[in-house]
Design a binder for this molecule. Structure first.
Ligand code: ZN
Ligand code: ZN
Length: 419
């Protein structure tokens, strides 16, 4: 990938993907200055003088995609082992993961545990190629929760704090109303964009059945209270209707996974203006490759509980009009399947819904509507030039970015095979 910064550039002869109407629009040109789009206007006959012009030759121009649930530091599918790796190894192993995400067309990601402000800032400074990161810092987990990677019998040998502040840990263990308040304040002070909590059992942890709820309501309310005080919000890992309902009633804004949701709980989410971030691809890939890539045996046994229900959850969220953001949640070597979630969504919900999940809806989740996930004056210039029409053929976005002729992030050209 080459990096080139140009002050003013113009994209001509493309077909703009209109995500409101679900169609392509010809005859428009997009003018970029610095990191922003400054005009989307009818195409002039001759390009403006002094502006670098690119002829897109009828290819599709769409916003850079946004993945709302990733763990860029999870280079090992076994999260317990990941947490024990030295910090330098974790960071070096994250570099190709980040670069590959950008290469697939994800110009922004929301990290659901692990990545911190320093990593986000390194990308912003151009030190590391990768998607813009909305970091959560460490996710908050109760003792024995989804972020507690200790096997039974380890308790006295391995204090939580000796491992959960290492770079490779996606979560920290914290219990009690006062302590969770302090933990939220610490994560925000360290630069977290939003707060992630574990509100039910999970797959990649050894001692917490999926059906368990996690954190008391008092703890969740305290966490939400602190996040809202800082004008941000809480995202919660939750699978069952019981876990989702109590999270939503305590003020959580986005439900991660949500595989076992029922119709009533989906309706409650819609009433409370909550979002869902399903991550179906990770269950499909864990079922297929998890054991081979080192997922612990206790975790392999839990996958089927949530995998089949996950496809139905997509339908239930859609029926209840719960807006769905794009999530992949892949671990270790499985990161390469990041775009397959698009294929799953397209099969069940249609191509346009799949595309919106990774653009307009994702921008709402990030509270950056009009700035991300759209092609409009004032938006950040994050753009993809695609060989093909993703409205009729989602396959042009599947894979490792083979059909992306151009990737622009913050007005800077990260890939260009046009010329
Ligand atoms: Zn999770
Ligand atoms: Zn996750």
């Amino acid at each position: 990938m080459n990096t080139q910064t140009s002050n003013r550039l113009i994209l001509r002869n493309g077909q703009l993907l209109d995500l409101q109407q679900g169609r392509l629009i010809a005859g428009q040109e997009v003018l970029i200055e610095g990191d922003r789009i400054i005009a989307v206007r009818p195409q002039s006959r001759v390009p403006e003088a002094g502006v670098q012009a690119y002829d897109l030759n009828g290819k599709t121009l769409m916003p850079g995609m946004i993945d709302c649930h990733v763990h860029v530091l999870a280079s090992n599918a076994n999260l317990g082992l990941n947490a024990l790796q030295p910090n330098a190894i974790i960071m070096y192993r994250a570099l190709p993961i980040l670069e590959a995400m950008l290469g697939r067309g994800f110009t922004t990601v929301r990290d659901a545990g692990g990545a911190d402000w320093a990593l986000a800032r390194s990308i912003e400074l151009g030190l590391v190629p990768g998607p813009r990161i909305f970091a959560s810092g460490k996710a908050l987990s109760q003792t024995g929760g989804h972020g507690d990677m200790r096997a039974r019998g380890w308790l006295l040998l391995n204090e939580p704090c000796s491992c959960c502040f290492r770079a490779g840990a996606i979560a920290r263990i914290v219990d009690g109303v006062d302590n969770v308040r302090l933990a939220v304040r610490e994560e925000l002070q360290q630069g977290a964009s939003q707060i992630k909590i574990m509100a039910s059992g999970g797959v990649a942890s050894p001692t917490d059945p999926i059906a368990n709820t996690q954190y008391s309501e008092a703890e969740i309310r305290a966490i939400v209270d602190e996040a809202e005080a800082a004008n941000t919000y809480v995202m919660a890992h939750a699978y069952t209707p019981r876990a989702i309902r109590r999270a939503i009633e305590c003020g959580v804004r986005t439900i991660e996974h949500g595989n076992l949701v029922d119709a009533d709980t989906a309706r409650l989410m819609a009433e409370r203006n909550a979002f869902a971030v399903p991550t179906q691809v990770t269950y499909e890939m864990l079922a297929e490759h998890g054991a081979r890539f080192g997922l612990a045996q206790e975790s392999v046994a839990k996958i089927e509980e949530v995998r089949l229900a996950g496809r139905n959850a997509l339908r239930l969220f859609a029926e209840a009009d719960v807006p769905m953001g794009y999530g992949s949640d892949l671990l270790g070597e499985m990161h390469e399947y990041q775009t397959h979630e698009l294929k799953i969504r397209a099969e069940i919900l249609g191509n346009l819904a799949a595309l919106r999940s990774a653009t307009t809806v994702a921008a709402q989740i990030l509270q950056r509507e009009g700035e991300l996930g759209c092609i409009a004056p004032g938006a950040l210039a994050d753009l993809l030039v695609v060989n093909g029409n993703p409205l009729t053929d989602i396959d042009c976005l599947i894979g490792q970015g083979e059909n992306l002729a151009m990737i622009i992030q913050d007005g800077s050209i990260k890939k260009n095979t046009l010329t």
